[in-house]
Design a binder for this molecule. Structure first.
Ligand code: RRO
Length: 311
C-alpha cells in the first residue's frame, strides 16, 4: 500500500500535492475547487492589506515549455482570504491550509502579520518574499539585509507557524548566505521556488505580455532544474526543523518524485494546474504512486532527501 501523505510542522496532509500560490486561488470558488480535488491542501493568492487590481492584460501566457506572467499581485485583500481560511478551519473534515501574504512595504507586512496573529486563524502562513512583478519593487529575498531585518521584526511578535516563499538563487554562496539567515529563525518551512523573475518570451517580433515591456516570471519546464537545485541546496543547509516545499516545473509524477528526492515534503503545482485544471492533482498523484510502488517505497520518508550522488 502506497501513501503520499505528508506533514509540515504539526499539520498532517493526506496528499503531498497542492496548488502553488497564484494559480487557482484568487477566489473562494477556485479555492473550493482545489479543496474538493485530490490535492492535499490549498494556498491562497498572496494577499496584500488592501485589494489590488494588478497589472494590465495580457499578463499571463502559456508557452510550449511553461508560462510567463506579470500579474502584479492582483488579489482581493487580506480580509477576504483570512475570513475564508478561518471559515474552512472551523469546518469539520476540512484540510489544513496555507494563507499567503505580503505587504507593499515592510510596515504593511508587519501590519498584516499582526492582524493574523490577533485573529482566530491557527494554520500555516506563507510570507511571499519573492514576487517579481510589481514595478519598482525588488524581490525582497534577493536583498539579504532587508530579509534578515524583516524576519527579525516578524518573530518579535509573530508566534504562529510561518514559512517563506523564496525566489530561485543561482550561486552557491547565495545558498550559504540565505540559509545562514533562515536558520536564525523558527521558520516552519521554506518554499522553493517562485517563478524565475524577469524572463522575456517573444512571438514573431513582439513580447507576449504587456506589463514591464514583456518581462515576467517564468514557470514550467524552463525552471525545473533550478527548482530542484534550490530544494536540495536548502534541504542540505537548513535546520531539520525547517521543512521544504518544492515548487517549479512539476507536470508529472516523475517531477514530483524528483522534488521529494531532493528533500521536499510537499510539492506544489503552478503552470500545469493553470493549463490542465484540478484534474492534474489526480493524474500526478497516481503517477507518483505508480513510481513509488514500482520502487517498493510505501511512504515519502522512504526516499525523501535521499538523492544519490556519483562517487
Ligand atoms: O502576482 C504576481 O505577479 C506574482 C506573484 Br505575487 C508571485 O509571487 N510570483 C509570480 O510569478 N507572480
Amino acid at each position: 500500500m502506497v501513501s503520499t501523505a505528508t506533514r509540515i510542522g504539526d499539520f498532517q496532509f493526506d496528499n503531498c500535492l497542492m496548488n502553488a500560490a497564484g494559480v487557482f486561488c484568487m477566489t473562494r470558488e477556485e479555492l473550493a475547487q482545489v479543496e474538493s480535488s485530490a490535492a492535499g491542501s490549498f494556498v491562497t493568492k498572496t494577499a496584500t492589506l488592501e485589494a489590488r487590481a494588478g497589472n494590465p492584460e495580457p499578463r499571463y501566457v502559456n508557452t510550449d515549455l511553461g508560462s510567463i506572467n506579470s500579474m502584479g499581485l492582483p488579489n482581493k485583500g487580506l480580509d477576504y482570504y483570512l475570513d475564508y481560511v478561518i471559515e474552512e478551519q472551523n469546518r469539520i473534515g476540512s484540510k489544513p491550509h496555507v494563507l499567503s501574504l505580503v505587504g507593499m512595504s515592510p510596515d504593511e507586512t508587519h501590519t498584516i502579520l499582526k492582524k493574523v496573529q490577533a485573529s482566530d486563524y491557527q494554520g500555516l502562513v506563507e510570507l511571499n518574499l519573492s514576487c517579481p512583478n510589481v514595478p519598482g519593487k525588488p524581490q525582497i529575498a534577493y536583498d539579504f539585509e532587508t530579509t534578515d531585518t524583516i524576519l527579525k521584526e516578524v518573530f518579535s511578535y509573530y508566534t504562529k507557524p510561518l514559512g517563506i516563499k523564496l525566489p530561485p538563487y543561482f550561486d552557491i554562496v547565495h545558498f550559504d548566505q540565505a540559509a545562514a539567515i533562515f536558520n536564525k529563525y523558527p521558520l516552519v518551512f521554506v518554499n522553493c521556488v517562485n517563478s524565475i523573475g524577469n524572463g522575456l518570451v517573444i512571438e514573431d517580433e513582439t513580447v507576449v505580455i504587456k506589463p514591464k515591456n514583456g518581462f515576467g516570471g517564468l514557470g514550467g519546464d524552463y525552471i525545473k532544474p533550478t527548482a530542484l537545485a534550490n530544494v536540495h541546496a536548502f534541504y542540505k543547509r537548513l535546520n531539520p526543523s525547517i521543512q521544504i516545499i518544492g515548487t517549479g516545473g512539476v507536470k508529472t509524477g516523475r517531477d514530483a518524485f524528483e522534488h521529494i528526492l531532493c528533500g521536499a515534503c510537499m510539492v506544489q503545482l503552478g503552470t500545469v494546474l493553470q493549463k490542465e485544471g484540478t484534474e492534474a492533482f489526480d493524474r500526478i498523484t497516481k503517477e507518483l504512486q505508480a513510481i513509488m510502488a514500482e520502487k517498493g517505497y510505501e511512504t515519502l520518508d522512504d526516499f525523501r532527501g535521499k538523492l544519490h550522488y556519483i562517487d
